[in-house]
Design a protein around this ligand. Structure first.
Ligand SMILES: Cc1ncc(C[n+]2csc(CCOP(=O)(O)OP(=O)(O)O)c2C)c(N)n1
Length: 633
């Protein structure tokens, strides 16, 4: 029987003999490779933390002790060791399978849910402070990747640690990679810690090191007393000492014995300790080691070759690529256009831009707030920055959007990819709130294209506009609409009528425009004539055309790939009310709840009443109900 199949809980991990652990690690790796090859997922980060997670579960005891994993994309090993090595793991990231991240709702061993970067240290510090206040005794561990330290929040928490608690274990899981290569001064500093011989002494065997110092034996034995005098054996000083945190490192993240030693030590320390642990992204799977960026989060692939399914011949471009290529075109014409990413060059399509125009490209790390402020600063100096940030991650930078860009009326164009669902990732990654959180900001332009050609036109529109502008577009392939050689600006606030119908007018935006056209065709089979309007802008909304719609039809249907509260439907309702126009509005959008992960957008739409059939039913019923009421029109 495989060792892994004997692990029902962390107690079983503790029960294994040390010599069995490499075999367990090997089985875990095989399981992760096999599963992610079918389902896709965060293979590289997980293969890197196999030994580290085993060691964590041998030294600490969840759920009493509490682990906070940053982003929590590297939590697969933890799942396997905490009673989730079952059919749900087989279907990780799929409908009825486990989440690809940690979630409090999924297991009592998941002390904290995540999906966005940089949250682990703050959350762990909150837990440690709560423990101290309550007077309980559990241990708290924050596991942060090296790129998590490019996040502002991690640095804010770091500043707060020593003042808040004496007992916190911080793991710096250093694999040198964000999704792309990590950027900035801190990663360089971490590298300095590894390569500088002064710091490097820790690489000597831990026990023999302690044996050489007075009291070292008792430290090993009881692991209880952190002796100040031992400090200099580990490092002469590090930036972490300035923060009141004891730094120990670098530690080999694949040496179980060493890991257990240091974790035990940190567990018993009476001062916050940071363990600098070196891991290899993709460890144990050569293809992933060779391609750390692609195998950070991979689509399904062939285990032998590492290759994914080829894109079907003539497949439309991905929206992200249409964006990247258009930006290259527009920035070649205007050297003041710069592209900014917060650690997502490939995901946003800016990698094409980086390649073509490296001087106009900036990767600021996982630092969305900073990215937006940085853009604002450049915009005050004659540049027109394009911030390419996923819709969900831009939530981070809300104050910067209001206080730094909108209030100061600066020309920054935001290209928000992944607006709509990220089906396999789930609630932390769906971009369902942007229309709502932007629509209330004074003076901004908010638009969504129906296809890739309109995306390019909207980019030209945003760059021609001397103020803040936002474009949202979905994950995945565009429609295959031919793209004009030169994108043309659109009149701001002008909707586009696609077809006329006297009974119902469907106002749709973004990816829902294509659905609206199909809905209109189905409605006509029911004898209902529906017009279709591509709203294009939720702000400013085309109020004039909306008024005409309301006066000439019985029902307005709004369709948006966005949460139902606060988006296009709400904007339409508010505009009609403000103009004193009575017209029923049927709003189609995602319900007011967090949408979990699932195998596909189609399945999640079905589960949430948004399949084409459900929408047709709703609209037909609403229309028929209206016909039976005394509506004079
Ligand atoms: C706020 C936010 N921005 C961007 C991302 C996308 N993202 C997911 S993991 C990751 C890199 C994390 O690198 P690191 O912390 O070093 O962990 P590793 O993957 O190397 O284990 C990024 C940029 C995110 N999850 N959250």
């Amino acid at each position: 029987m495989p060792l892994l199949d004997r692990i029902q809980s962390p107690d079983d991990v503790k029960g294994l003999a040390a010599e069995d652990l490499p075999k367990l690690a090997e089985e875990i790796r095989a399981r992760i490779i096999a599963t992610t090859s079918r389902n896709g997922g965060h293979i590289g980060p997980n293969l890197g933390v196999v030994e580290l997670t085993i060691a964590l579960h041998r030294i600490f005891s969840t759920p009493t002790d509490r682990f906070c994993f940053d982003v929590a994309h590297q939590g697969y090993v933890h799942k396997l060791l905490t009673g989730r090595n079952d059919a749900r793991f087989e279907k990780i990231r799929q409908s009825d399978g486990l989440s690809g991240f940690l979630a409090r709702s999924e297991s009592e061993h998941d002390a904290y849910g995540a999906g966005h970067a940089g949250t682990a240290l703050s959350a762990a510090l909150g837990m440690a402070s709560a423990r101290d206040l309550r007077g309980s005794d559990e241990h708290v561990v924050a596991l942060c990747g090296d790129a998590a330290f490019t996040c502002g929040i991690t640095m804010e928490a770091l500043n707060n640690v020593a003042g808040a608690t004496k007992r916190l274990v911080i793991i710096l899981n250093d694999n040198k990679w964000s999704i792309a290569k990590n950027v900035g001064a801190l990663p360089r500093y971490f590298n300095e810690l590894i390569t500088n011989p002064v710091y490097n002494r820790i690489n000597d065997d831990f026990e023999s090191l302690l044996e050489k110092i007075p009291g070292g034996q008792s430290i090993i034995k009881f692991g209880s007393k952190w002796k100040r005098e031992t400090k200099d054996f580990f490092v002469s000083s590090s930036i972490f000492e300035t923060y009141g945190i004891r730094y120990i490192g670098p530690i080999d993240g694949h040496d179980l014995k060493q890991l257990e030693h240091y974790l035990e030590f940190a567990k018993n320390a009476e001062q916050p300790v940071l363990l600098h642990i070196l891991t290899e992204k993709g460890r144990g799977y050569d293809v992933a080691i060779q391609n750390p960026e692609r195998f950070h989060g991979a689509s399904p692939f062939d285990v032998e070759t590492g290759k994914g399914a080829p894109a079907p011949e003539g497949a439309p471009p991905k929206y992200q690529d249409a964006m990247g290529q258009t930006l290259v075109k527009l920035a070649r014409e205007d050297a003041n256009v710069v592209g900014i990413t917060a650690a997502m060059p490939a995901g946003t399509g800016l990698n094409a831009f980086e390649k073509a125009l490296p001087d106009q490209f900036f990767d600021v790390g996982i630092a969305e707030e900073h990215a937006v402020l940085f853009a604002a600063g450049m915009a005050t100096s004659g540049y027109h920055p394009v911030c390419a940030i996923y819709s969900t991650f831009l939530q981070r930078a809300y104050d910067q959007i209001i206080h730094d860009v909108a209030l100061q009326n600066l020309p920054v164009l935001f290209c928000m990819d992944r607006a709509g669902l990220s089906p396999n990732d789930g609630a932390t990654h769906h971009g369902l709130f942007d229309l709502a959180y932007l629509r209330c900001v004074p003076g901004v332009v908010v638009m969504a294209p129906a296809d890739e050609d309109e995306l390019a036109d909207m980019m030209a529109t945003g760059l021609a506009h001397n103020g803040p502008a936002f474009i949202r577009y979905p994950r995945g392939n565009a429609l295959g609409t031919p793209m004009k050689a030169a994108p043309q600006p659109i009149k701001i606030g002008q909707a586009k009528r696609l077809q006329v119908g006297n009974d119902i007018d469907i106002w749709a935006i973004g990816s829902m425009v294509a659905d609206a056209e199909k809905l209109a065709a189905r409605l006509s089979e029911h004898g209902i004539e529906a017009g279709v309007v591509n709203a294009r802008f939720v702000k400013p909304l085309d109020v004039e055309r909306l008024g005409e719609s309301a006066k000439s039809t019985r029902l307005i249907v709004t369709m948006e790939d966005h949460v139902i509260t606060g988006g296009l439907g709400t904007a339409v309702g508010e505009a009609l009310q403000a103009a004193d126009i009575q017209c029923p509005v049927e709003r189609i959008g995602w319900p007011d709840t967090f949408i979990e992960h699932g195998s596909s957008v189609t399945i999640l739409r079905e589960e949430n009443g948004l399949s084409p059939e459900s929408i047709l039913d709703r609209v037909v019923h609403r229309y028929e109900r209206l016909l039976t009421t005394a509506d004079p029109r």
